[in-house]
Ligand binder design. Structure first.
Ligand SMILES: Cc1cc2nc3c(=O)[nH]c(=O)nc-3n(C[C@H](O)[C@H](O)[C@H](O)COP(=O)(O)OP(=O)(O)OC[C@H]3O[C@@H](n4cnc5c(N)ncnc54)[C@H](O)[C@@H]3O)c2cc1C
Length: 235
């Protein structure tokens, strides 16, 4: 899995501070936009917004990610997040090569089913290849490719949608592959917008569990991941 933050709104935190300021100001927009916002002012304004659940200003900062080598099982979950823009590698136009990568879940890799799983995927790829060479349209041949098949996708989300995404997908209750991707995305946006995303992540980070799971110990693991005291690979 490769996750790259391709681009983002210039000075995302200033942009949000500016939008917040506008809501409470009777000066004109040019005046407000020329104003200097120190990091402290930005943080103060952003905290007021977060504490008051006044989230629309967060929609003015966008982040675009390039994501490679994730499964179609993941991308199907990802695109359920409607407040986002997506461009995904097409299986109608792109021929899946014989060596098209796929995701092998650890639970299967460690099990007695590993060989059967790999064989099943390989057989499917061979049949796909045969059919495409024989003139079956790619858009039909792809029906036999599995959810494990890798895909590449570009996704753009604004900061508000991302906060929601991180809450849902960094949680222990999220599926492992999308959780891993969400965690990498969070680490990337924190580098460029640490104030906005300081408390982003599963709801336990903000002191409650949206899943009402009092047996979950994810908060400790998540905190260790954030401090880089633990690697995703170690899980
Ligand atoms: C652990 C987990 C398990 C899941 N299991 C299932 C499952 O079994 N089956 C399944 O189908 N899905 C499942 N989902 C997907 C889930 O139901 C959501 O579709 C997905 O997480 C996207 O979340 P969202 O709607 O908040 O995000 P977005 O679509 O990005 O929407 C963001 C927010 O905008 C608002 N919004 C967006 N569209 C509308 C609208 N049409 N009407 C009103 N408000 C709107 C909502 O407040 C929403 O929270 C699961 C998700 C998780 C995290």
């Amino acid at each position: 899995m490769k996750v790259i933050l391709l681009s983002h709104t210039a000075e995302p935190e200033k942009q949000i501070a500016l939008a917040a300021n506008l809501c409470y100001s009777n000066t004109d927009i040019m005046e407000i936009s020329k104003k200097f916002y120190s990091k402290e002012q930005q943080e103060k304004l952003i905290n007021i917004l977060l504490n008051n659940n006044h989230l629309s200003p967060f929609e003015h900062a966008s982040f675009t990610f390039g994501i490679e080598g994730v499964s179609r099982a993941l991308s199907h979950q990802l695109v359920r997040h409607r407040i986002a823009s997506y461009s995904q590698q097409s299986q109608r136009y792109v021929t899946m090569k014989k060596d098209v990568p796929y995701v092998l879940p650890l639970s299967i890799a460690k099990s007695k089913y590993k060989d059967a799983f790999v064989k099943y995927i390989d057989e499917g790829k061979k049949l796909y290849d045969l059919m495409v060479k024989d003139g079956i349209p790619k858009e039909d041949a792809r029906y036999l490719l599995t959810n494990a098949t890798c895909t590449n996708i570009i996704v753009t989300m604004n900061a508000r949608a991302l906060l929601n995404f991180f809450e849902l997908r960094c949680c222990q209750h999220a599926q492992w592959e999308i959780r891993k991707m969400a965690f990498i995305m969070l680490a990337e946006v924190k580098k460029v917008a640490p104030i906005i995303f300081r408390d982003a992540g599963p709801s336990c980070k903000r002191g409650f569990c949206r899943e009402n799971d009092n047996k979950c110990s994810w908060f400790n693991i998540f905190s260790r991941l954030e401090k880089q005291d633990l690697n995703m690979q170690d899980l």
